[in-house]
Design a protein. Structure first.
Length: 139
């Protein structure tokens, strides 16, 4: 389910962020950043989902905006919970749609919706922040 709600605030470690050009290669760079942060925080269990989510969010920004730059951030919002975000200067918000069975694309937000514990969009005067939250599964 998509929501437009305030982005969680970070606690503990300050988090990591990087700005890259709006180009397809930035998705791979974002995946590396997220996986490195999760490893640093000993949250390796979230690396596969986190890497895929951030790749999809960056891919959406690359495909659907004309911005020159995108900013990727990851922060520890509470023990065992991280927030991934992608910021750009486009005011157009992503829209979750059910992908057609034979479609070759259009599954990015569907995957984000399935993998994230929650996700949403924060509108800003200068653009938007699309974020996703991941939590460790309770044992």
């Amino acid at each position: 389910m998509t929501t437009i709600a305030p982005q969680p605030h970070a606690i503990g470690d300050p988090g990591y962020s990087q700005t890259w050009p709006r180009e397809p290669q930035s998705a791979g760079r974002a995946r590396v950043l997220v996986c490195a942060a999760l490893e640093t925080w000993r949250l390796d269990q979230l690396a596969n989902s986190g890497g895929l989510i951030v790749s999809e969010l960056v891919g959406n920004s690359v495909k659907h905006t004309k911005c020159r730059l995108i900013r990727v951030s990851i922060s520890l919002t509470s023990p065992g919970c991280v927030c991934l975000s992608v910021s750009d200067k486009s005011t157009a918000c992503p829209l979750l749609q059910q992908p057609e069975a034979n479609a070759e694309s259009g599954r990015g937000l569907f995957l984000v919706n399935e993998l994230a514990d929650r996700w949403g969009t924060d509108r800003r005067r200068w653009g938007k922040i699309v974020w996703a939250e991941l939590r460790l599964a309770e044992a």
